[in-house]
Unconditional design. Structure first.
Length: 273
């Protein structure tokens, strides 16, 4: 581009002759590269988690279409001129994506750059975006741990939702075939339950009134379910229950006989003189 003291500058493209080369009275000469050039820059941008930022590399093709505007604006480094506005777009978009999803961030950043307002004096196209976590080794390790935890959860779901057999099988698999840990825990639970019933029996024995009879009946039922588990309709359970019921009635009858007045318990008087 040739600048005159007055008037519009003269643009001479490659291969063209310079007008009035001898007497043109040109004051300055500017050389502007108007060929398509590949440019790139790298920007560190925050992800959705500020502790894990992205390293974003943006590449694009740039071609000057208006050399007069470029000279007038004093642009000498096109990458330095364009990268601040593009980096702002990169940061605005990247912050909405998880550090473990760089592919989605790449697609979104590329779309924003392609659809951004064009620069009148430039032709920008062929955008490429590469997004990667900065601490990639730490991210890969964390991703591996999360995957291992997910696999463990998937493997344990049948056990968590299964019956005692599933739980026993899991414990035996972890303990080289030893079922003792589960059996010990079950025994401890039974002992605590039994002790709770005995404590309740002690409290009932120390109380009086109709409430005592009701509570005693409930405790008795709970004790039967604890010490003799099984279906109420099974013959074995019924036999044990019947024998205990008969024994209980016999004990109660004996206690009632002992509590009668002395006169009722005296032996019959002889009628002999």
């Amino acid at each position: 581009m040739l600048e005159r003291p007055r008037g519009e500058p003269v643009v001479v493209r490659q291969g063209q002759r310079v007008p009035d080369a001898r007497l043109g009275n040109y004051r300055r000469l500017y050389v502007v590269d108007m060929a398509p050039r590949g440019l790139s820059f790298t920007e560190n941008a925050p992800s959705a988690d500020p502790a894990f930022p992205f390293a974003v590399k943006v590449g694009f093709a740039c071609q000057v279409t208006d050399p007069v505007a470029i000279v007038r604006d004093g642009v000498t480094d096109m990458t330095a001129c364009l990268s601040p506005s593009m980096a702002s777009i990169v940061r605005q978009v990247a912050v909405g994506f998880d550090v473990l999803d760089p592919a989605s961030a790449e697609a979104a950043i590329t779309h924003r750059l392609v659809t951004a307002d064009s620069v009148p004096s430039l032709r920008l196209n062929n955008f490429t975006v590469r997004v990667a976590p900065i601490d990639s080794a730490e991210i890969i390790s964390a991703r591996r741990e999360l995957r291992v935890q997910e696999m463990k959860r998937d493997a344990m779901r049948p056990v968590a939702g299964g019956d005692r057999t599933e739980i026993l099988a899991q414990i035996m698999a972890l303990m080289d075939g030893d079922p003792t840990p589960l059996l010990d825990r079950e025994q401890e639970a039974k002992e605590r339950h039994t002790q709770a019933i005995l404590d309740m029996v002690g409290q009932v024995n120390g109380s009086t009134g109709p409430k005592r009879d009701y509570v005693a009946s409930r405790i008795k039922e709970e004790a039967m379910n604890t010490f003799f588990p099984g279906s109420l309709t099974s013959g074995k359970r019924g036999g044990i229950r019947d024998r205990i019921e008969r024994k209980s009635r016999a004990v109660v009858a004996g206690d009632s006989a002992e509590q009668k007045p002395n006169g009722d318990n005296d032996p019959p008087k002889s009628t002999e003189d």
